[in-house]
Design a protein around this ligand. Sequence first.
Ligand code: CP
Length: 313
Amino acid sequence: MTANLLSAADLSADEIHALLDEADQLKSSLLDRDVRKLPTLRGRTVMTVFYENSTRTRVSFETAGKWLSADVINVSASSSSVSKGESLRDTTKTLAAIGADLLIVRHPASGAAKQIAGWMDEDGVRTGVVNAGDGMHEHPTQALLDAMTIRESLGGFAGRKIVVVGDILHSRVARSNALLLSTLGAELVFVAPRTLWPAGTETWPVRMTDDLDAELVDADAVMMLRVQAERMNGGFFPSAREFSVRYGLSEARAARLPEHAIVMHPGPMLRGMEIGYPVADAPRSVVLPQVTNGVHLRMAVLLRSLVHSEGNA
Ligand code: CP
């Protein structure tokens, strides 16, 4: 049976650590090799199905699949029959019928990945589904690569204070990190103007505040989020400049962080908006290590779905 990964809530702490351990092992064994190729997924077909733009997630899943010798096929909405009006249901069932072992799906609708997994179950096919970002809901593999980077940089999660800043309302990264990092025992503080607080955060395992400066002095990691203008249809803050002044990680503000603290960003970054140009490139920035870790972490996710779950049917 192929294991789905639809939500960070699907994973226990032990399962998360097992994925991070596997990703660490893959990274240390592959990174300095001339030939980065393992035969494990030879003969397996992975399809990336993206209804929204992506650089990091799509390309790192493709790289991960190719380094594991899977056949990787990229389907984009703009160049497929989606542009002729084909439904999500028909498109994904068609890709399963062609022979996908695993669909890696990004879609603007919250719940899309779960819906597709339901259609696969309905048909009794063994095609699995991995959520590569569904609307404002979740992005579990981003949270996993963030956790890998935090563990690599800080040694663990217990007692670590992670401050997540910016457009929490529209952020699937924030939601998945709330679930995943709290499962791992980290302390989570989410900082945003009150207009960007999602409804129901009182039930989330996080502390909400709008005072960024007060939270930086004892933070172990600060994760800046992109302001998602494409999901905004109203005035959530008076101006980009005001947002940047109050919630951007400027050089002066980053100087408040403890020496050991790391700066994270899932990308794509809006330099000059939520993060200052020099801060993004500073020695404490782990933005590029996050991207590198994303490949190895996604290799571990592919192995979880296509190899480690075999025999569980
Ligand atoms: N972090 C992230 O999801 O980036 P992409 O949109 O480039 O995939």
